[in-house]
Design a protein around this ligand. Structure first.
Ligand SMILES: *[C@@H]1O[C@H](CO)[C@@H](O)[C@H](O)[C@H]1NC(C)=O
Ligand SMILES: *[C@@H]1O[C@H](CO)[C@@H](O)[C@H](O)[C@H]1NC(C)=O
Ligand SMILES: *[C@@H]1O[C@H](CO)[C@@H](O)[C@H](O)[C@H]1NC(C)=O
Ligand SMILES: *[C@@H]1O[C@H](CO)[C@@H](O)[C@H](O)[C@H]1NC(C)=O
Ligand SMILES: *[C@@H]1O[C@H](CO)[C@@H](O)[C@H](O)[C@H]1NC(C)=O
Ligand SMILES: *[C@@H]1O[C@H](CO)[C@@H](O)[C@H](O)[C@H]1NC(C)=O
Length: 450
C-alpha cells in the first residue's frame, strides 16, 4: 500500500510545483474587525517569514509598518539617499544615526515627513495656516509574501522582495483594528502593494477585492490577475463584471502631500436613484476642485458606511424614507452614527439581506448602473431593548473634502476590480444573488509549503 501512496505524492508534487512556482497571481484573505469595523489583509512579512495583518487602505500610496516593536528581520534594508526609491520622497531629507543599526537607525538614509499617512488625513479639512507636522520616519524595504493562486484556491507562498514600507511608531496604529502592525496601501502609486507586485512579476496591473461582512469567513484580495476569481460552488465573479472609467483626482487632500496627485479611486457618478425616485442634489459638488482636491465620488475601504455631504444626505434620506414607507417600514429613533432607523420587526429578511428600497448608483448618464440591495444599505443594530435596521449611509457634514465616499458596507459581497491598465473600475452584481458570497473563496490548500 505504501508504494502507490508514495508515487501519488511525487506525481502531485511534480505536477503542482512548476505550475505554482510560475504563478504571478496572488491572494490574501481580508478580515473585518468587528470592533473597529475596519478591514485588514493577512500576509507574511520579514525573514524568517511571519504572519502579519495590515490595515487595508484602497487609497493609500505608501504602505507602513511598526518598526519600533521588536522589528526582527534579517532582510530589511533602509532606503538610502540617492537610491531609485528615494525619488519617491523628493521632499524627504537625508540623515544619519550614531547608534547601532536598526530599521530606525542607519547612515545616509531617507527620512520622510510625507509618509506614513493615516487614511483619515485625506478627508480631513486642511488648515494650511495651522499645519501640524508629523515626525519624520525612516523608510525600509523588506520581504512580503503572499499565496499564489490559480484563481480558485490558494497555492504556495511566494516572496515579493524589497517591498517598501514607511516606519511608524507603535502608537501610530491607534484607531485601527487591534491586531494590525501596519497598513497595506492599494492606491495607484507605483510604490503601492498591487503595483509593486505587478512590476516585479510583470503581471497585469489589475487587482480585485471582495469584502465580506460576516464573522464566518474572510473576504479576499487578488493581485496581478484579471481573473478568474472563483468562489464556492464554482462561481467565477469575473464573468459578471461591469466596467466604468476610473477617475483620478489631480490633487491630494493631505497637507503633507499637497503637491502630489491623489492616489485614490474615484468613479464618475452622475446620478443616484432609490427605486424609481431620483435623489436630487447639486451635481456640481462632484466636480474636482483644483486646489484642495475637493469633489468627486470615491471608493474607500477605510470608511465603514458611505458618507454623503449634508445636502446630498438629506435628499438621499428623504427619498429612502419615502420608498421605505411603501414597504411599511416603521421609523424609529435613530442611533449614532446613523440618521435614519426603522423598527427591526417592520423589515422583512431574505437570503440576500433585508428587503429594502434598492439604491442605484448611475455612471455615464445612466448607461452603467451599480445596483445595491438591502445587504449594502442597511445595518442591523441589535442590543439590549433595541432592534433596528438603520440606513447605512451617513451625513458627512457640510464641507467634506469628498462629497460622496462609498464605504465598506456598500462594497461587501460585490467583487470589485481595479484595472490600472485600462483605467477602469469593474463591479460584479451581488455575489449573494449569484449563489455565493465573498467569504466563499477556498483558502485551504494542500500545498502551502514556504
Ligand atoms: C530575532 O529572531 C531570531 C531568529 O528567529 C531569534 O534568534 C532572536 O532571538 C530574535 N531577536 C529578538 C530581539 O527578538
Ligand atoms: C554611521 O557612521 C558612523 C561613522 O562612520 C558610525 O560610527 C556609526 O556606527 C554608523 N551608524 C550606523 C547605524 O551604521
Ligand atoms: C510609474 O511606473 C510607470 C510604469 O513603470 C512609469 O511609466 C511611471 O513614470 C511611474 N510613475 C512615477 C510617478 O514614477
Ligand atoms: C452647487 O454647488 C456649487 C459648488 O459647490 C455651488 O457653487 C453652487 O452655488 C451650487 N448651486 C446651487 C443651486 O446650490
Ligand atoms: C403595507 O400595509 C398595507 C396596510 O396594512 C397593506 O395593504 C400593504 O400590502 C402593505 N405593503 C407591503 C409591501 O407589505
Ligand atoms: C478547497 O481546496 C482543497 C484543496 O485544493 C480541496 O481539497 C477542497 O475540496 C476544496 N473545498 C471546497 C469546498 O471546494
Amino acid at each position: 500500500m505504501a508504494t502507490p501512496l508514495f508515487f501519488v505524492f511525487f506525481t502531485f508534487s511534480l505536477l503542482s510545483f512548476p505550475f505554482f512556482s510560475l504563478q504571478t497571481a496572488f491572494i490574501a484573505p481580508i478580515h473585518k474587525d468587528h470592533n473597529s469595523l475596519l478591514y485588514s489583509i493577512s500576509v507574511h512579512v520579514k525573514t524568517p517569514l511571519r504572519p502579519a495583518n495590515l490595515h487595508l487602505d484602497l487609497g493609500g500610496a505608501f504602505s507602513w509598518i511598526d518598526c519600533y516593536n521588536h522589528y526582527n528581520s534579517s532582510s530589511y534594508r533602509l532606503v538610502k539617499c540617492n537610491s531609485p526609491l528615494s525619488d519617491s520622497f523628493n521632499h524627504g531629507v537625508c540623515g544619519s544615526c550614531i547608534q547601532a543599526p536598526t530599521p530606525t537607525c542607519g547612515n545616509d538614509t531617507i527620512f520622510t515627513y510625507v509618509y506614513p499617512e493615516k487614511p483619515s488625513i485625506r478627508d480631513e479639512y486642511v488648515d494650511y495656516l495651522n499645519a501640524k507636522l508629523t515626525d519624520s520616519e525612516n523608510v525600509v524595504t523588506d520581504v512580503l509574501a503572499l499565496s499564489t493562486t490559480d484563481g480558485s484556491r490558494s497555492g504556495s507562498l511566494r516572496q515579493v522582495s524589497y517591498m517598501p514600507f514607511a516606519c511608524v511608531k507603535t502608537n501610530f496604529l491607534r484607531g485601527l483594528a487591534r491586531n494590525v502592525i501596519g497598513l497595506a496601501a492599494l492606491g495607484r502609486a507605483n510604490e503601492s502593494i498591487p503595483l509593486t507586485i505587478s512590476a516585479k512579476f510583470n503581471s497585469p496591473r489589475i487587482f480585485a477585492i471582495c469584502l465580506s461582512g460576516t464573522r464566518l469567513g474572510s473576504g479576499v484580495a487578488f493581485f496581478g490577475s484579471k481573473g478568474p476569481y472563483i468562489f464556492s460552488p464554482n462561481v467565477d465573479l469575473s464573468k459578471s463584471l461591469i466596467y466604468t472609467p476610473l477617475l483620478f483626482n489631480p490633487q491630494s487632500g493631505s497637507i503633507y502631500t499637497n503637491w502630489l496627485p491623489s492616489y485614490e479611486y474615484y468613479i464618475g457618478l452622475s446620478a443616484i436613484r432609490i427605486n424609481n425616485e431620483v435623489v436630487r442634489f447639486n451635481t456640481s459638488l462632484l466636480q474636482f476642485e483644483p486646489v484642495h482636491g475637493r469633489g468627486g465620488a470615491k471608493i474607500s475601504t477605510s470608511t465603514t458606511y458611505a458618507l454623503l455631504q449634508s445636502s446630498i444626505y438629506r435628499a438621499f434620506a428623504m427619498a429612502f424614507m419615502k420608498e421605505a414607507a411603501r414597504l411599511n417600514f416603521t421609523l424609529a429613533n435613530a442611533v449614532e452614527p446613523f440618521g435614519v432607523c426603522f423598527e427591526g420587526s417592520s423589515v422583512e429578511m431574505t437570503a440576500a439581506g433585508p428587503r429594502a428600497p434598492v439604491v442605484y448608483l448611475e455612471m455615464e448618464k445612466g448607461k452603467v448602473v451599480w445596483k445595491l440591495g438591502g445587504r449594502n444599505s442597511m445595518v442591523r443594530i441589535k442590543k439590549l431593548g433595541v432592534d433596528l435596521w438603520c440606513l447605512g449611509y451617513v451625513n458627512g457634514g457640510e464641507f467634506p473634502r469628498t462629497p460622496i465616499v462609498i464605504g465598506g458596507l456598500q462594497m461587501e459581497d460585490h467583487l470589485l476590480q481595479f484595472d490600472l491598465e485600462k483605467y477602469r473600475f469593474g463591479f460584479s452584481s451581488s455575489a449573494l444573488m449569484q449563489g455565493t458570497s465573498c467569504s466563499k473563496f477556498n483558502f485551504s490548500s494542500s500545498d502551502n509549503f514556504l
